[in-house]
Design a protein around this ligand. Structure first.
Ligand SMILES: [Zn+2]
Length: 358
């Protein structure tokens, strides 16, 4: 009995530790939003359904991120076949404190459109006012899901997904995340062509409610056209879905390597840690390894490739980043070897009283 108690206690402690590690305040949070679900099937092919394709690609992408990138937390708006309102999706993203929102959809043309069987290609949207009727049609179709909600007119402040006038608000919508959203959109679009072999339909803008309601950089991808039987086959296949997920994954990886959290608490936290490290040396010489310099403060720990503890000092307008600290030249040599595995140009520098000396 007593042994069982020990087992249980150990289990509880381990679970607690695992939980506290999995919710790391410094994690980059990416919200993956598989469009449609449940009673909302999205666009339909001959046999494939948009909601299933979106979900498969979202889950494959989430798995790739979890398996390959540290310090990123994946949050799904849905990970099974369920109906969610657009507001609920945005709420999940906002409450998770998301750093990035990726909404995954599959394109289609209207039943009466003659190009239905031949149109092909991927496009990535950021929030904005549509420049063409074609973009407006895509937004109308993706926003139409709100009509499945009771009293949507009240919930979405009188927004009518079918009226072109309703979309004028997106002209005034000052999207403070536009630059980052476009950066990601361009990277995904590029990858859709190179990695997933899709025809290029370009980065576009339109008024997607789900992007308007999320308070973080975000994009909405249209993988390809389910109304074209050839593309439908690709979209419904596991190999096609893997290629599409890999394309978004590659772009995401590229994006977070540039990611700069200038205005976020994460940045402040990082700076505070650095300040603690720069405390007095009591006049002793301290060796550090310099591995990077930048014209502005680096906001993302990602760029340090796992090095910890790091510190920085300012040299004129340049921020110079260092790793570790030791009073022993021998230890510094060992540290240098370690750092050079990640930053081949790293070198040893000397500090005294918090200032670099020659
Ligand atoms: Zn859709």
């Amino acid at each position: 009995m007593r042994q069982i108690n020990i087992y249980i206690t150990t289990f509880i402690i381990l679970t607690f530790l695992a939980l506290s590690f999995s919710v790391n305040a410094n994690d980059f949070v990416v919200v993956l939003d598989a469009g449609h679900g449940g009673k909302d099937y999205g666009a339909l092919g001959v046999s494939a359904r948009e909601k299933d394709i979106n979900l498969s690609v979202a889950k494959l992408l989430g798995q790739m991120i979890n398996d390959n990138i540290n310090n990123v937390k994946v949050v799904y708006t849905r990970d099974d076949d369920r109906f969610l309102t657009l507001q609920k999706r945005a709420q999940i993203a906002n409450e998770a404190n998301g750093d990035l929102f990726i909404s995954i959809h599959t394109n289609s043309l209207d039943k009466r459109n003659k190009k239905r069987k031949t149109i092909a290609g991927a496009s990535v949207y950021t929030l904005g006012l549509h420049r063409t009727d074609e973009n407006l049609e895509v937004a109308k179709r993706e926003n139409a899901v709100i009509e499945l909600e009771e009293d949507y007119s009240t919930s979405y402040s009188g927004f009518d997904p079918n009226s072109a006038e309703s979309y004028i608000i997106f002209e005034l919508n000052q999207n403070k995340h536009l630059e980052q959203s476009v950066e990601l959109a361009s990277a995904i679009q590029q990858q859709f062509i190179t990695t997933a072999g899709r025809k290029n339909r370009g980065v576009r803008q339109a008024g997607f409610l789900v992007l308007a309601e999320t308070s973080m950089p975000g994009v909405l991808v249209e993988l390809d056209f389910i109304c074209n039987p050839t593309q439908e086959k690709f979209l419904a296949s596991k190999s096609g879905q893997k290629k599409l997920a890999k394309a978004i994954f590659n772009a995401f990886k590229e994006y977070i390597s540039h990611y700069n959290i200038d205005s976020k608490a994460k940045d402040i936290k990082l700076a505070q840690n650095n300040d603690n490290l720069t405390t007095s040396d009591d006049g002793n010489i301290v060796y550090k390894i310099q591995f990077m310099s930048a014209s502005k403060k680096v906001g993302s720990k990602k760029l340090f490739k796992g090095l910890d503890p790091i510190d920085f000092y300012k040299d004129g307008a340049t921020y110079k980043y260092t790793y570790g600290r030791t009073a022993s030249m021998q230890d510094a040599q060992k540290m240098l070897q370690k750092v050079r595995e990640k930053f081949p140009d790293a070198f040893i520098i000397k500090f005294q009283n918090g200032k670099r000396i020659k």
